[in-house]
Ligand binder design. Structure first.
Ligand code: ZN
Ligand code: ZN
Ligand code: ZN
Length: 358
């Protein structure tokens, strides 16, 4: 994530903010120029941004910003859609008459917008199912049915539709499942990054010239997925999973390995972007090398070689985890990246940049 400032008073603001705490101007994310900006009310329901790159005709606020308070994105005035680029790809929302559902929906949309921010910044295709039923993407946010015997809502991806059980928005419930499955890391944004990996496997790898290289690194995805999952739940991951995979769950099947690796790539890109935007410099932990190295911006239009990103990522995770430990928090990035996992990350990086160039 980039660093954002209020355009009226220069106060630092976050991606999620709706109002500048210093000067009171309304804030919105302006997806056409990729920044959070402060706005001046204009005629009717329009707002203007003082930024020179901003839409000349002004902006409307997303209908979910105005009426539901779950969004902070704007829409360029010449786009007639009532919902922003992020909200229009959510096709199912939970019943808002049920107490607590609006708060959960809000948390879920925040995490989804973080996913979209990075996908759009990487210039990956994000098209709605409405505009492209065969290749588009949609999100469905559902609550478990009241009837305890009815089937539960499963978080997952199928044919471009990412479904999330909104119970994942409850910290307590997510923590319970995290402990149950022995996962060191389970977050809403992690879910979305993982499930988007399944979607982009269909878009960028399936039936493509990259498939052979994928199978060499991740294995043959053709053996039965359901059987592989059953085996994993019965016997657990292989004893040596840490030497080959980014996470234990990645060992289930090549599709899960890809989705986990994809999610980690997005974690890395987002965190490095923040560190680069904040001007973080690292002293590489090599004896005898006194140079401070600026963190490279992984979203720079100039291609950043994968090795340069990794060379910054490993010391940055050391810093991140140590900062968290200093505050008594769990490690921010509780993973060890073994050589084969790094090579899989390189494949994801190359796939993303090849898609961006085409
Ligand atoms: Zn301000
Ligand atoms: Zn919206
Ligand atoms: Zn998965």
């Amino acid at each position: 994530m980039k660093v954002f400032r209020c355009d009226h008073c220069r106060q630092l603001v976050f991606f999620e903010n709706v109002r500048c705490v210093a000067c009171g101007h309304p804030l919105a994310y302006l997806p056409d120029i990729g920044v959070v900006g402060s706005l001046d009310p204009a005629e009717g329901n329009l707002f203007k941004s003082p930024l020179p790159r901003a839409a000349v005709g002004g902006y409307r606020l997303c209908a979910n910003y105005v009426t539901n308070d779950v969004c902070n994105w704007a829409i360029p005035a010449d786009d007639p859609a009532p919902l922003c680029r992020s909200c229009r790809i959510t096709t199912v929302i939970p019943d808002l008459d049920v107490p607590g559902h609006r708060e959960k929906w809000y948390k879920v949309e925040i995490a989804k917008r973080r996913l979209l921010y990075t996908l759009l910044a990487l210039k990956l295709p994000v098209v709605s199912k409405e505009n492209d039923p065969a290749h588009g993407i949609a999100f469905e946010f559902k609550a478990d049915p009241k009837d305890a015997d009815a089937p539960r809502v499963l978080t997952g991806h199928a044919d471009g539709v990412i479904t999330l059980n909104i119970a994942e928005a409850e910290d307590g419930e997510r923590g319970r499942v995290r402990a149950l499955f022995g996962e060191p890391y389970r977050t809403l944004v992690g879910h979305f990054r993982h499930e988007s990996g399944h979607y982009f496997w269909d878009r960028l790898v399936k039936g493509s010239p990259r498939l052979d290289a994928f199978r060499t690194l991740f294995g043959d995805e053709q053996p039965d997925y359901g059987e592989a999952l059953k085996r994993h739940h019965a016997a657990g991951p292989p004893a040596d999973w840490q030497q080959r995979f980014v996470s234990a769950y990645a060992s289930v099947h090549p599709w899960e390995d890809w989705a986990e690796t994809w999610a980690h790539y997005l974690h890395i890109v987002d965190s490095l972007e923040t560190a680069a935007a904040c001007g973080v410099r690292l002293r590489p932990p090599r004896p005898g090398d006194p140079a401070l190295r600026a963190i490279p911006d992984p979203l720079d239009e100039e291609f950043e070689p994968f090795d340069d990103l990794m060379e910054s990522w490993l010391p940055l995770t050391y810093m991140l985890n140590n900062l968290n430990r200093g505050l008594g928090l769990a490690d921010g990035y509780p993973f060890i990246l073994a050589g084969p996992a790094v090579e899989k990350l390189r494949f994801v990086h190359d796939t993303v940049w090849a898609a961006r160039a085409s």
